[in-house]
Design a protein around this ligand. Structure first.
Ligand code: SDX
Length: 392
């Protein structure tokens, strides 16, 4: 091997690319999408405006937005043969496993996605992913309830359409509560992109071999599922429920998290980049109060979450390691108040992160970045002779 190879496990100090999409300042807790602050976007934009901004680089004009929204509304239907694949899953299949499988299966329904080596050929595939992911995502929930799946309704906006597919039943009228759709809009914006996180790096790496966009996004969904990444939002609620069932003794769980031998981590705490409050967690924590009050929901785990945060932020172990609540710490409390079940929380993260994955994949392909192929330092056996089976 020529030259020096430096090992950087987990790429803690490795820059994988240059990107113009998202800016993070971990020390100051700053997050910008294409130069706009997350605080501004979460308060003033719709999720589709943010999706357009991330993917195309600018906030859309009124006409561009109308065209983008129209394209998405008119592609929400999923090929009925996809339902046949879906019907093969057991009722208790985890929705993230179903989602990654069906998104990968989309490459079979759109084989022209294989031959697009230029990003401009992927516009229709981008629209299809944004339009169909919510439709596919609701199927698992409906099946788990023993209810018929709902078709998309093109008269509804993006968030209302998702909620309608999730909660409408053929036996009664369903009206989307604006408080619920506005809360969902904000949560999706807060999850839309986050520079080179694990799942985005996965999408870029898979896409760097010129694999099609559906396979690349499906790989991102799989990476997001991990409990150390997007899967943490489900783990947080399960952790808070366990603390509640255990008498609400938050200090006991903080002490367990400090004891390495316990193998337990405080889910929703810590971040590779943020060594200060995750700006998204700050916004979600405030929104949790607001939404639960407006919906008249009194969720005891919210108090436990607050107690846990307060105790951890006073504890030397967390303070010295700069471990603060991250995006996953409070998000599940809002999802739950919206009626979304715990095993769908990471699916919600995937729906939010989809435009970010798409934007990063498109940027990587437009920049004609080389195939990702890191090296290693070999630590295995030196050369040795083969020994025939009868002599082993
Ligand atoms: C997301 O990258 C992104 O941007 C991700 C994300 C996005 O938008 O894409 O922000 C979304 O994935 C948020 C993170 C969700 N994950 C969790 O909440 C799981 C719990 N958190 C940890 O597993 C951890 O903090 C990570 C995975 C988030 C970050 O891991 P790092 O950067 O590799 O840090 P580390 O594991 O090396 O921890 C540093 C120290 C270690 O202790 P020491 O070796 O110094 O003694 O802090 C400790 C860790 O043991 N530590 C924790 C802890 N997180 C870190 N100890 C207890 N509880 C925790 N949660």
């Amino acid at each position: 091997q020529t030259g020096y190879i430096t090992i950087d496990n987990g790429y803690k100090n490795t820059g994988a690319t240059k990107s113009a999409i998202t800016f993070l300042d971990g020390e100051k807790g700053i997050l910008h999408y294409r130069g706009y602050s997350i605080e501004d976007l979460a308060e003033k934009a719709t999720f589709l405006e943010v999706a357009y901004l991330l993917i195309y680089g600018e906030l859309p004009t009124a006409q561009q937005y109308a065209d983008f929204e129209y394209e998405i509304r008119t592609h929400t239907l999923v090929n009925e043969d996809m339902r046949k694949i879906f019907e093969g899953f057991p009722v208790n299949a985890h929705p993230m496993g179903v989602l990654s499988s069906l998104v990968s299966a989309m490459s079979a329904f759109y084989p022209d996605s294989f031959d697009s080596t230029a990003p401009e050929d992927t516009e229709l595939h981008i629209i299809r992913l944004l339009a169909k992911l919510p439709t596919i995502a609701t199927w698992s929930f409906k099946k788990s309830q023993g209810h018929p799946v709902n078709y998309p309704n093109n008269n509804l906006d993006y968030c209302s359409n998702f909620l309608n597919m999730m909660f409408a039943l053929p036996v009664e009228n369903y009206e989307v509560d604006p408080v619920v759709s506005q809360a969902l809009n904000k949560l999706l914006i807060l999850h839309a992109d986050h520079e080179q996180n694990c799942s985005t790096s996965t999408v870029r790496l898979v896409g760097s071999s010129q694999a099609n966009i559906y396979s690349s996004i499906s790989a991102g969904i799989s990476a997001l599922w991990g409990p150390l990444h997007g899967g943490a939002n489900q783990e947080v609620i399960e952790m808070l429920e366990a603390i509640r069932a255990d008498g609400g003794d938050t200090q006991k769980y903080i002490d367990m998290a400090k004891d390495k031998s316990s193998g337990f981590r405080l889910f929703g705490f810590g971040h590779r980049v943020y060594k200060n409050f995750d700006p998204r967690a700050r916004i979600i924590k405030k929104a949790a109060d607001d939404v639960l009050t407006k919906l008249g929901v009194n969720d005891p785990v919210l108090d436990i979450a607050r107690q846990l945060e307060e105790a951890a932020l006073k504890d030397e172990y967390f303070v010295s390691r700069k471990l603060y609540p991250n995006v996953d710490f409070y998000s599940g409390i809002i999802y739950r108040a919206l009626g979304i079940p715990t095993n769908m929380f990471t699916v919600m993260f995937a729906i939010g992160r989809l435009p970010g994955w798409i934007a990063q994949w498109k940027e990587m392909r437009a920049n004609k970045e080389p195939i990702g192929r890191p090296r290693q330092i070999y630590t295995g056996a030196t050369l040795r002779e083969f020994v025939a089976l009868e002599n082993r």
